[in-house]
Design a protein around this ligand. Structure first.
Ligand SMILES: NC(=O)c1ccc[n+]([C@@H]2O[C@H](COP(=O)([O-])OP(=O)(O)OC[C@H]3O[C@@H](n4cnc5c(N)ncnc54)[C@H](O)[C@@H]3O)[C@@H](O)[C@H]2O)c1
Length: 346
């Protein structure tokens, strides 16, 4: 069967979702939608999409898509995700970061628990071929029991830190977290829509006592010269007998006493990651038991770590899990940082 695919939001990032459909065989775009007609029309023309709409409800009612790609700023996630759920859309791929604070986090937890829609967060790095190979090595015990994970990104946490946090969860094989101790500083809201500390340094302790080092913003290890701030994402796992290390430009693994290294072009491998993610969503539509690893529940577990970083900073204390954030935690952090912020979509 070929799945019917629609795009909600035809801004910058939606291109990364649409351009790989020339290499996807299990589904085809039928429509796209944006509030701005020129954007919807140009997007439809660029990708040979048969119809464009300016209204989400009209698109869904007329086209009945199996999958909706939702590429929106995080300030308008919940309301649109709820509308897609009310339409009983089988699957939605929603862009990162999944939330902005604790209030929308709690609404999304409720939606996840009650909705029939299968939501996958677009952490396409998790589906890069090289990353999946490293995850296979960890699962096979090729580096022994993992002792320490090291994840960093130079852009603020809600912009890019969430991608490496997602990789940390995967490289930890989704071991539950026991405690988070963090220092957050400064405030940045990337285009007004991604409110976040400018820098975060966090120590994560998992229930099996392995450690995670998570850092974003100023001071992180730089992985290349003459590249944009967003090009420094990396993850490493150090085990009892070996290690694996992935960056946006390179990879290395030390297994059985032998170290191998190589390079890759991020744009090329990222498109393959996007294809793999989309196919994983088709698998989940076909088999309800085949949830994607970046499903909404897991992404909310990841977001809770970021909220624990805020709580640790504001309360000047380590946060023990289970952890239930206070509704106004984002506002508490913004006040702590001496900043001001107004949600442009409130
Ligand atoms: N996964 C990645 O590697 C990656 C890379 C870049 C950006 N992102 C994320 O992608 C998200 C979207 O970023 P962007 O730059 O595309 O944003 P954008 O603001 O350029 O695009 C959003 C589009 O949605 C439209 N829109 C808003 N409300 C709508 C509605 N109700 N109905 C129809 N259309 C509506 C807007 O008109 C706009 O064109 C952000 O959260 C960002 O962090 C992810």
């Amino acid at each position: 069967m070929s799945f019917k695919v629609a795009f909600l939001g035809c801004g910058g990032r939606a291109n990364g979702h649409a351009r790989v459909y020339d290499r996807i065989t299990r589904g085809a775009p039928v429509a796209c939608c944006d509030l701005v007609e020129e954007k919807a029309q140009a997007f439809a023309e660029n990708y040979g999409i048969p119809k464009y709409y300016l209204d989400l409800d009209e698109m869904i009612e007329k086209e009945q898509p199996d999958l909706v790609h939702m590429s929106m700023p995080p300030t308008i996630r919940y309301s649109l995700m709820k509308r897609l759920s009310d339409h009983r859309i089988p699957a939605v791929i929603v862009e990162k970061p999944i939330a902005i604070g604790a209030h929308d986090y709690k609404l999304l937890r409720e939606l996840e628990a009650t909705s029939e829609t299968r939501y996958t967060v677009n952490h396409q790095l998790r589906y890069h071929e090289r990353v999946m190979e490293m995850l296979d090595h960890i699962a096979a015990g090729d580096i022994g029991a993992v002792r320490c994970l090291d994840a960093s990104a130079r852009l603020p946490m809600s912009g890019q830190g969430v991608h490496v946090l997602d990789l940390m969860f995967a490289f930890a094989q989704y071991t539950p977290i026991r405690a988070v101790h963090a220092a957050c500083s400064g405030f940045d809201d990337i285009n007004g829509t991604h409110p976040s500390p400018e820098s975060v340094s966090a120590l994560v302790t998992f229930v099996d006592e392995k450690r995670g080092v998570l850092q974003s913003g100023a001071g992180v290890p730089e992985m290349a010269t003459d590249v944009g701030r967003h090009m420094h994402k990396r993850i490493a796992a150090y085990g009892e007998t070996g290690f694996v290390h992935w960056t946006m430009h390179s990879w290395e693994k030390g297994i059985g006493g032998k170290v191998e290294r190589g390079e890759h072009k991020y744009g090329e491998v990222d498109d393959i990651g996007q294809i793999n993610l989309t196919n994983a969503v088709f698998d989940w539509i076909e088999d309800g038991a085949a949830a994607t690893p970046t499903n909404l529940a897991t992404s909310l577990d990841e977001w809770r770590v970021l909220l624990a970083c805020y709580a640790s900073t504001v309360g000047k204390t380590p946060i023990e899990f289970p952890f239930e954030p206070e509704d106004d935690l984002l506002e508490q952090y913004i006040e702590f940082a001496g900043a001001e912020w107004t949600n442009p979509h409130a």
